[in-house]
Design a protein around this ligand. Structure first.
Ligand SMILES: Cc1cc2nc3c(=O)[nH]c(=O)nc-3n(C[C@H](O)[C@H](O)[C@H](O)COP(=O)(O)OP(=O)(O)OC[C@H]3O[C@@H](n4cnc5c(N)ncnc54)[C@H](O)[C@@H]3O)c2cc1C
Length: 442
C-alpha cells in the first residue's frame, strides 16, 4: 500500500523528531511522523511507577540549556528541585566511608577543578566546536587519560569520588571510551563554573515531567503521527523517497528526516547506502552503556548521596523523595545485566552503602538492550567529534539526520535534541523551497 505523498517524513518521535514536526507542519509542509514505540518521547519517559510519576530516561534541565529553556518558557512549565542532601556515603578501596553531604561535596569540587583545569583552552564557542583548531589537541584523549594524569595530584578519596562522577556523567564503566572533549565542552557550556556544571546535570527536573513538555510540542504540531510503526527501509526514488515500515506499508515524501539514535541508524536499510563514515559511526556506537534505576526503600529517613567506583553495579545515587521511613532512591550504574524490576537484585546493589535498607519495589528500563536506543544519553567517544560529527549530517538529496547525538551544543541531551530538530527543520524547509523553485522553472 502506498499512502499520500508527504513533503517530509520524520522517522522517530523523540524530542528531536517531534520538534522538527512542529516547525515544518506549522510552516505548511505536509508532515508524517513514524515512530517505532507505542508512545512519543523516545529516551525520555515519564511513567507512573513506585506510586509516583518518575523519569525512566532523560530528566534534568537547566537555564544553561537555551533550547530547552525556550520551550519551558513557551509552554509555561515549571521546574522541581531535587532535595538538599544531608548525609553522604562513598567507597574507597572497597571500604564504605561516610560524612556530611558538604564533606563529600568539598572533595567532589576539588576533583572537578583539577580534572577540568586547562579546559578553558578548548571550545571558546561551545556551539561551534570547530571554531578554531584546538579540538585537534584533545579529541584523541579519553576521560580515563585525564583521570590518569591527575591521579598523583589528588587524594585517594577525591580520586574515587571523581571516578564515580565521571562514570555517572558518561554512563559507562569503560572510561577509556568517552572523549575528554565532551567533558570540556560541558564545562564550556556551563561557563567553566563547577557549581553550574553540577546543577545542570543533577538539580532541576520538569515539575510535570518530560512527558508534559513533549506532549505540549506534539499538540502544537499539525503533523500526522503513527505509533508502533518501526521503519525498516528508506529508498531514494525519482520523486523523493519511499519509506517502508516493518509491517509492509509504504509512504512517500519529497524529503526524510531520520531522527533516531546514532546507535540504531544501521538497523534501517538505506537505498542507496548511507555514506560509509555514517555507517561506521553507527556500528562503532557512542560510548554510553549504563543504567538508571529507581528503588523504593524502607529504613532510610535521611536524604543521602551515594558514590562508588565504575566497577559497582550502581555507582552513584541519591534520595529523590523521603516520606516517613520510606524513601525513593534514584541511581546510575553500569551493569546492564541488573534486573531493575527485581527488588532483591536492586537491594543487593544498594546495600554496599546501606546494609540495612529493604527495597520494596524497584523500576527501570534497559535502554542498552532496547532495540530503538541501544544506549542511554549520547556520549561521544574520543575522536568521534572530529571524525564523524564534523561531516556526517551533510547527507544529500533530501535525506537529513537529526537527533541529540548530532547536536552542535548539548550533544546527548534533550536540549541538543530540540536544537537539532529546529536546525534540521530549517534545512529541510530550504531544500523543499529550492525543489519548488526548480520545478517552477522547468
Ligand atoms: C537513562 C537516561 C537518562 C538521561 N538523562 C538526561 C538528563 O538528565 N537530561 C537530558 O537533557 N538528557 C538526558 N538523557 C538524554 C535524553 O533523553 C536524550 O538525549 C534525548 O531525549 C534524545 O532525543 P532524540 O529525539 O534525539 O532521540 P530519542 O529520544 O532516542 O528519539 C528517537 C526516536 O526514534 C525512534 N526510533 C528508533 N528507531 C526507529 C525506527 N527504525 N523506526 C521508527 N522509529 C524509530 C525511537 O523509538 C525514539 O522514539 C537521558 C537519557 C537516558 C536514556
Amino acid at each position: 500500500m502506498t499512502s499520500t505523498n508527504y513533503d517530509v517524513i520524520i522517522v522517530g518521535a523523540g524530542f528531536s523528531g517531534v520538534t522538527a514536526s512542529r516547525e515544518l507542519s506549522n510552516r505548511g509542509f505536509k508532515t508524517l511522523v513514524l515512530e517505532g514505540r507505542n508512545r512519543i518521547g523516545g529516551r525520555t519517559w515519564t511513567d507512573n511507577r513506585l506510586g509516583k510519576n518518575i523519569e525512566i530516561g532523560g530528566t534534568y534541565v537547566h537555564w544553561n540549556q537555551p533550547h530547552m529553556w525556550a520551550e519551558l518558557t513557551r509552554y509555561n512549565l515549571q521546574v522541581r528541585e531535587s532535595p538538599t542532601m544531608e548525609k553522604a556515603y562513598w567507597i574507597k578501596d572497597g571500604k564504605v566511608k561516610s560524612g556530611t553531604y558538604e564533606e563529600l561535596q568539598e572533595k567532589h569540587m576539588i576533583g572537578m577543578e583539577e580534572f577540568l583545569k586547562g579546559g578553558r583552552d578548548y571550545f571558546p564557542r561551545p556551539y561551534n566546536p570547530f571554531f578554531d583548531n584546538t579540538l585537534e589537541e584533545v579529541d584523541h584523549l579519553s576521560v580515563a587519560d585525564r583521570l590518569k594524569a591527575i591521579k598523583p595530584l589528588v587524594s585517594k578519596d577525591v580520586y574515587s569520588i571523581l571516578e564515580s562522577t565521571w562514570s555517572e556523567y558518561t554512563s559507562t564503566d569503560d572510561l577509556d571510551q568517552p572523549g575528554l572533549a565532551q567533558a570540556y565542552r560541558w564545562a564550556a557550556l556551563t561557563g567553566h563554573d563547577m557549581n553550574q556544571f553540577q546543577d545542570t546535570f543533577e538539580l532541576f527536573s520538569i515539575e510535570t515531567g518530560t512527558k508534559s513538555l513533549i506532549e505540549s510540542i506534539a499538540n502544537d504540531s499539525k503533523a500526522d503521527l503513527q505509533l508502533s510503526t518501526p521503519v525498516s527501509v528508506i529508498e531514494k526514488t525519482d520523486k523523493g523517497y519511499k519509506v517502508t515500515t516493518r509491517n509492509g506499508s509504504d509512504f512517500t515524501a519529497k524529503s526524510v528526516i531520520v531522527a533516531v539514535p546514532v546507535n540504531v541508524i544501521n538497523n534501517i536499510e538505506f537505498k542507496p547506502a548511507l555514506p560509509a563514515e555514517l555507517r561506521q559511526f553507527s556500528s562503532e556506537k557512542q560510548s554510553s552503556r549504563g543504567i538508571k534505576v529507581w528503588a523504593k526503600v524502607r529504613g532510610l529517613t535521611t536524604s543521602v548521596k551515594l558514590k562508588a567506583g565504575p566497577e559497582y553495579p550502581v555507582n552513584s545515587a541519591h534520595a529523590e523523595y523521603i516520606d516517613g521511613d520510606e524513601a525513593i532512591l534514584m541511581g546510575f550504574g553500569n551493569d546492564s545485566t541488573l534486573n531493575m524490576e527485581d527488588p532483591k537484585e536492586v537491594e543487593k546493589a544498594f546495600r554496599h552503602w546501606l546494609p540495612n535498607i529493604e527495597v520494596i519495589e524497584s523500576a527501570g528500563h534497559n535502554w542498552v538492550k532496547d532495540e530503538f536506543s541501544q544506549g542511554t544519553w549520547g556520549v561521544l567517544k574520543k575522536n568521534q567529534l572530529s571524525k564523524y560529527v564534523k561531516e556526517v549530517p551533510n547527507t544529500e538529496n533530501g535525506l537529513f539526520l537529526a537527533g541529540s547525538d548530532f547536536a552542535k551544543g548539548w550533544v546527548g541531551y534533550m536540549d541538543g535534541a530540540i536544537e537539532s530538530g529546529i536546525t534540521t527543520s530549517k534545512r529541510v524547509e530550504k531544500y523543499l523551497q529550492e525543489q519548488e523553485l526548480a520545478l517552477a522553472k522547468n
